[in-house]
Design a protein around this ligand. Sequence first.
Ligand code: ZN
Length: 66
Amino acid sequence: MSVWKFKSCPRCQGDVYLDKDIDGWYEQCVQCGYVLDLRPIADVPDVTAEETAASEVKVRKTSRRR
Ligand SMILES: [Zn+2]
């Protein structure tokens, strides 16, 4: 299930759709592939299982998506 927002891409003015994955909501442009994460980045610790096992947990505020 997704919600369309026509001509609202900030990069190419293309059509973007709202969709949801296991991490939460995001917008993606079908024309250029632009992705905007809609969930608050601060609420999403970007820590993988391997990093957790390797050392102490570090909470990074960078987004996983490009
Ligand atoms: Zn676009």
